[in-house]
Design a protein around this ligand. Structure first.
Ligand code: FAD
Length: 442
């Protein structure tokens, strides 16, 4: 088995892949480190989906763009996720978003999210990105009758906005997923799956084709304000730019300590089995969708292009977690999908996802022409891609207050040092509540 996690979240050995996706992606391209001084309209810190989508869209507008990545493209969450393309918000339904942001701002954000998966698959087609993409749909099965009622309402709210959202009864969920213990669910047909590292690398290549300059192994050590703009300082170079985007998500470390206190850094584990026999695909996900259910302790699964079965989730972290958790997740996969002879674990890895207190995308106002963009919340592929298009409008001159994503100064979470562990620590409570739901429904 390839294990790609360590306490520092960095492989212990250079031969170890960061994830299944780093091991299996084909379009790797080496890029230089920054060893000079450059000028740009916008300089972007971070080479994940957020930074690369912004770079692509800004370069296509004719702006000069520089991306600085501390490691390699897709080194952060963009290279460690599950590859689910999901065009909605993790916890908020459209009605909640309207209640939270008001009708005008709320509806603009909803419309942005609604088209986010279509944007991902359009970009893949337009730029011929070879990333095993399938716009096969995203399914959310319900683990209890109450969760099915919520799922039904969620589907109706998206369908009212013209989205391809369909309600699935219990039999439909069983036929489409091969899992027997669900009460129904819903599907957004515009979602789907891809290989996220191949997708990120494809975005980088497309951005470069549009004129962006991308540097790897170029960590930004300082962001300095000057009379006519900003300067980013790396160990061996500088970039002067009118606008700066911080697109480091949960991997920003000490770049801005206040920013690091505005989100919950969630450690998420992923595994992939050895390939399943083709015959198993007749029962499990014959349509190639991805699945995230309604449990509080989320259960997810999909296949990759080589028929490996993938799943993942949160866990109580602590000593030995990197060895213990993949085995526990593997056992859970076999149990939920009723697979008697599950193939052995082939890959395990983990990553950190930045989760906002309200589970919505945010633009953080850090000073004139300096923004940090957060659109993760477990829906990062679609949401960061569309955020990049929005940020390119800002780079081209739009007032950030007019963008569809909420824009405000940093709002540090009180007692962050303690509370940042809460999502992982509260997991046993979530699991207990899931079990009580299931018992009540049986
Ligand atoms: C295990 C896991 C599973 C997930 N599954 C899914 C999924 O299936 N679907 C989905 O939609 N979302 C998923 N997500 C969320 C999704 O992966 C993220 O939302 C998304 O990748 C965030 O992209 P980003 O570009 O904002 O940040 P990142 O991809 O984290 O990129 C930040 C980059 O900034 C760089 N950086 C940091 N500091 C500096 C510096 N000082 N100078 C230069 N560069 C720097 C880092 O090296 C890194 O490459 C998952 C997340 C995790 C962790």
């Amino acid at each position: 088995m390839h294990t790609a996690s360590s306490p520092a979240n960095k492989p212990d050995h250079p031969e170890q892949p960061l994830s299944l996706w780093h091991a299996t992606s084909r379009n790797r391209k080496d890029r230089p480190r920054l060893e000079t001084e450059l000028d740009a309209d916008i300089a972007i810190i971070g080479g994940g989906f957020s930074g690369l989508s912004t770079a692509l869209h800004a370069a296509e507008k004719g702006l000069s763009v520089v991306v600085l990545e501390a490691e390699i493209i897709a080194w952060g969450a963009s290279g460690r996720n599950a590859g689910f393309v999901v065009p909605n918000f993790a916890k908020m339904d459209p009605d909640n978003v309207i209640a939270h942001l008001g009708p005008e701002r709320g509806e603009r954000l909803i419309q942005m999210a609604a088209g986010s998966a279509d944007l991902v698959f359009d970009l893949i087609r337009r730029h011929h990105i070879d990333c095993d993409a399938q716009q096969s749909g995203w399914i959310q099965p319900a683990h209890s009758p109450a969760a099915f009622e919520k799922a039904r309402s969620r589907a109706e709210q998206w369908a009212e906005r013209g989205r391809p959202a369909v309600i699935l009864d219990g039999q439909a969920v069983r036929d489409m997923t091969g899992a027997n213990d669900y009460f129904g669910g819903w599907m957004d047909k515009s979602g789907g799956v891809l290989n996220p590292v191949s997708y990120a690398r494809g975005l980088a290549i497309a951005a470069e084709a549009a004129g962006a300059r991308i540097f790897e192994h170029s960590p930004v050590r300082a962001i300095e304000r000057t009379a006519d703009g900003w300067v980013l300082v790396t160990p061996s170079g500088k970039v002067r730019a009118g606008k700066i985007l911080i697109a480091t998500n949960a991997y920003g470390g000490h770049l801005d300590p206040i920013l690091a206190r505005t989100y919950f850094p969630l450690k998420v584990f992923q595994i992939a089995t050895e390939p399943l026999p083709i015959s198993a695909r007749k029962r499990l996900l014959p349509g190639g969708q991805c699945v995230s259910d309604t449990r509080r302790n989320l259960f997810t699964f999909r296949f990759d292009a080589e028929n490996r079965l993938l799943t993942g989730g949160m866990h109580v972290v602590g000593p030995g977690a990197d060895e213990r958790v993949p085995r526990a997740i593997h056992t859970r996969l076999a149990r939920h999908l009723n697979i008697r002879h599950i193939p052995p674990l082939a890959y395990s890895w983990s990553g950190i996802a930045a989760v906002e207190p309200d589970f919505l995308p945010h633009l953080v106002d850090l000073g004139p022409d300096l923004i940090a963009g957060f659109a993760c919340n477990g829906r990062g592929i679609a949401m960061t891609t569309v955020m990049g298009r929005v940020l390119a409008d800002w780079a081209a001159g739009s007032d950030p207050r007019d963008l569809p994503i909420p824009f405000a100064p940093p709002a540090p979470i009180p007692f962050h040092g303690l509370l940042k562990h809460a999502p992982n620590m509260l997991l046993p409570w979530s699991m207990l509540r899931d079990r009580l739901d299931e018992r009540a429904a049986s």
